[in-house]
Ligand binder design. Structure first.
Ligand code: BG6
Length: 495
């Protein structure tokens, strides 16, 4: 299991086959992760990579791409000879026949088994097609002592129905155990630490429930806008891009019950259970629990930035949301009655992903007059990024004759505590997939449950009269987001 890396077995000779080898995800994330794993001696000598794409790169062109992701290396000849390239059309069976031959010859040359990991780094529309061609050409089959696995990355469908279709389609060629669905948030050290914090300590769990927690706030704030991804984002929006996947994953780790063991199925069972307890409101009630926003021009770090509708490839009258705030309820014994507030937005004042557990106030303050007036509620703040920290906020006496009480913070910081560098999410996830460890990947039922939660919101957003509130770039979203919390006597905790 991923949190117990020291016990893992070593990777045998295997081949990573990247569909979409000339694309953005390959050069930004996958190749640098492989270079770094190689550098750290995590990959065996008998490790090969085959890039598949339509562009006429050839081995040489692909190796150039590989080299540019391994910046700073002096000699890489024995690394580069592990990389091969196959030019081909993803929708033609002949590509898969050539791939089968190439893989056979690599494995014969290497004198290893046939362990293969297919990584579909293409547009999601191709996931179904590529996996069925892999099935048709016999490439999805495991040999007796070999493994065959496939990685896909979100978005998994567009709604509940299409996600189900994708699952059903892939299951025609691959078993569920062969499919590794990436949500890169699960590869983040601080996200994994949510489980360590909750289930390796005795002090937090007893207060981690409706008797002590007043409300939970999860924020994924981004400072960046949509950059060059306008075409993609216009069809996604914040709900599908962040809430359906990253935020609901974080939510499930924060709110789930303790797993029986730290194995993939145990953890995924608990995640599915808590996602199944998230209340699904009728479409007409979404408006009273959800705020949808879109940024206009504003200032971030003293720089003028454009509004969403002025960005590249964005329609000038776009109604795509770049901000969503929601009040959720989890109907189970642990969380009944505790509001769970979530929000995400682009062009916020700073990049900030955090979970705030706000505890009930002390039942009585025996201090005279206004001495405790500055005292906020106790909070446990789990900072996921960019700072990797855990902070406990509590009341302390201000030095002096009077009993003045003020909120202070106790802080644990990864950077100041550990000398080991955090692994990049893709390094961890690729290595885990090579090892066949499914803990940090999504099971098909998790994906469909998450779609069921956002489905009424998708339907409500499709109504042209559903409010889309403007907010200035460089702010924490529209003021209606604050009102959403004020209506139940709460307020957002910004860092
Ligand atoms: C991706 C989204 O899944 O996550 C992007 O498509 C978003 O829009 C990104 O910017 C955020 O990831 P991170 O790791 O920077 O928080």
């Amino acid at each position: 299991m991923s949190l117990q890396r020291q016990h893992r077995r070593k990777i045998e000779g295997s081949t990573l086959i990247i569909f979409g080898a000339s694309g953005d995800l390959t050069s930004r994330k996958i190749l640098p992760a492989i270079a770094s794993l190689w550098d750290q001696d995590q990959l065996p000598d008998e490790f090969s990579v085959v890039g598949v794409a339509r562009s006429p790169l050839g081995n040489e062109g692909f190796r150039k791409l590989v080299m540019s992701s391994a910046a700073g290396w002096e000699s890489a000849a024995n690394y580069l000879e592990n990389f091969h390239y196959l030019q081909g059309d993803y929708t033609s069976i002949s590509t898969y026949q050539s791939l089968a031959k190439l893989l056979d010859s690599i494995e014969q040359g290497r004198q290893t088994g046939k362990s293969r990991l297919f990584y579909l780094a293409t547009i999601p529309d191709l996931f179904g097609k590529i996996s069925s061609f892999l099935g048709e050409s016999g490439l999805s089959q495991n040999g007796a002592s070999d493994s065959t696995r496939i990685i896909i990355e979100k978005p998994f469908g567009d709604d509940t129905q299409s996600a189900q279709q994708l699952n059903d389609g892939m299951h025609r060629s691959f078993s569920e155990e062969q499919i590794f669905r990436i949500d890169h948030y699960l590869g983040k050290e601080t996200v994994q630490n949510l489980l360590a914090l909750r289930f390796s300590n005795a002090v937090f769990e007893p207060v981690w429930n409706r008797n002590y927690v007043n409300n939970v706030q999860i924020t994924v704030a981004e400072q960046l806008g949509v950059g060059h991804r306008g075409n993609f984002y216009e069809h996604a929006g914040a709900l599908k891009d962040i809430i359906q996947n990253h935020m609901l994953q974080v939510l499930s780790l924060v709110l789930m019950e303790a797993p029986a063991t730290m194995t993939a199925d145990s953890i995924q069972n608990e995640k599915v259970k808590v996602l199944s307890s998230v209340e699904i409101p009728p479409v007409q009630d979404v408006v009273s629990r959800t705020v949808r926003g879109q940024y206009f021009n504003g200032v971030i770090n003293s720089d003028e930035v454009r509004g969403y509708r002025e960005e590249q490839n964005i329609s000038p009258d776009s109604k795509t949301e770049t901000f969503v705030a929601m009040r959720l309820a989890v109907d189970n014994w642990r969380w009944a009655g505790v509001p769970i507030f979530i929000r995400t937005g682009k062009r916020m004042p700073k990049r900030e992903t955090q979970v705030v557990m706000e505890f009930n106030r002390a039942p009585h303050l025996p201090f005279a007059g206004n001495s405790a007036r500055q005292l906020g509620p106790n909070r446990l703040i789990l900072r996921i990024q960019p700072e990797e920290e855990i902070k406990l906020v509590f009341g302390a006496k201000v030095p002096g004759q009077d009993y003045n009480i003020r909120s202070v913070a106790m802080n644990f910081s990864y950077a100041n505590t550990f000398r080991e560098a955090s692994w990049d999410a893709y390094e961890r996830l690729i290595l885990d997939a090579l090892l066949g460890d499914r803990t940090l990947f999504l099971r098909s039922d998790e994906v469909t449950k998450a779609w069921e939660i956002v489905e009424p919101v998708q339907q409500a957003f499709a109504d042209p009269d559903f409010p889309l509130y403007p907010y200035a770039a460089g702010t924490y979203g529209p003021k209606e987001s604050n009102k959403l919390l004020q209506s139940t006597g709460h307020y957002w905790h910004n860092s």
